[in-house]
Ligand binder design. Structure first.
Ligand SMILES: C[S@@+](CC[C@H](N)C(=O)[O-])C[C@H]1O[C@@H](n2cnc3c(N)ncnc32)[C@H](O)[C@@H]1O
Length: 286
């Protein structure tokens, strides 16, 4: 039996609690399929007794293929490149990345996810190309400057406290070599956020309460409300980082407009099949 990981709720950053709680569920002797049935929803929102790791990884493969196409990245020299994936979880997309890239560094705030990520990649990817790296403080990547060719993150930055999300963007730029790419996914404002964001704040503030807090950061409905952590607009991100980037492209859904007023030269590309509440920053590190 493995020793239990630190469960001192008061020692954890409140924004990290649902991931640590889900991570604790993965940190047991259950089979990989059981782990997906119990915790898979925190990664792709699917539930059900029929879920298997194979089906879960298939959703990751499909999304990797889709996003590389939508974000016009298909000609990237994957086979000779190193990717860092920020917020890899248990490897839903990581397995697909290891089949394309020479090396992949999977990073996550939860260390138990990273252990499961290694197992996922061993079963469905290329484990000899994988290293994992724990983002213990939720904002710093323990990786050398200019050591990767692409930094990628999907449905992760939206779950971080704003200052941690901005910290991770800065880190993505720092660890990417000059001329390499950052490919980062964000969530921005939609009408429903008028309710969702304050409710999220309320639920998060209850995650540390004795008795009920532990359940609130594990139940699906309350976790999904509480992790509505930030909404970053392109202007906010670019105001901080545009001087470190070239060839900046913003991809967003054709179903909505997205204001970009920065002075930097930015190509704004309305694109089919991007979630209307999401946008992507694809840029070269200068
Ligand atoms: C919704 S899941 C998405 C996982 C993966 N990208 C996927 O699509 O399957 C978000 C992931 O981000 C991780 N995460 C949340 N906050 C983080 C932070 N501050 N630093 C690093 N990882 C974080 C969580 O542990 C979780 O694995």
């Amino acid at each position: 039996m493995k020793p239990r990981r630190g469960l001192g709720r008061s020692t954890h950053h409140p924004f990290h609690l649902p991931w640590i709680d889900a991570g604790n569920l993965t940190d047991n002797e259950s089979s990989a399929d059981d782990v997906v049935r119990e915790t898979g929803w925190v990664f792709n929102n699917e539930t059900g007794d029929e879920l298997t790791l194979e089906k879960f990884v298939k959703t990751g493969e499909n999304e990797v293929r889709l996003f590389l196409r939508l974000l016009q990245l298909e000609k990237f020299p994957f086979a000779t490149s190193t990717l860092i994936e920020i917020g890899s979880g248990i490897g839903r997309m990581t397995a697909a990345f290891t089949r394309r890239f020479n090396k992949v560094i999977a990073c996550d705030v939860d260390s138990a996810f990273l252990e499961r990520c290694r197992q996922t990649v061993a079963a469905f990817g290329r484990v000899d190309g994988l290293t994992t790296s724990h983002v213990a403080d939720g904002k710093s990547l323990p990786i050398a400057d200019k050591s990767v060719d692409m930094a990628f993150s999907y449905i992760t930055l939206q779950h971080c406290q704003t200052r941690d999300a901005l910290g991770l963007i800065g880190e993505a730029i720092r660890v990417t070599r000059q001329g390499g790419l950052i490919v980062l996914n964000f969530r921005t404002w939609v009408k429903g956020d008028v309710l969702l964001v304050p409710l999220g704040y309320l639920i998060r503030s209850m995650w540390r309460l004795p008795l009920i807090g532990g359940s609130l950061s594990r139940w699906r409905w309350s976790t999904r409300l509480g992790w509505q952590a930030n909404r970053l607009k392109p202007d906010t991100v670019l105001a901080e980082f545009e001087n470190k980037l070239d060839k900046i492209r913003i991809f967003h859904s054709v179903k909505r407009s997205l204001s970009v007023t920065t002075k930097a030269t930015v190509e704004v590309l309305p694109t089919n099949r991007i979630n209307p509440s999401h946008w992507w920053l694809v840029a070269q590190v200068s």
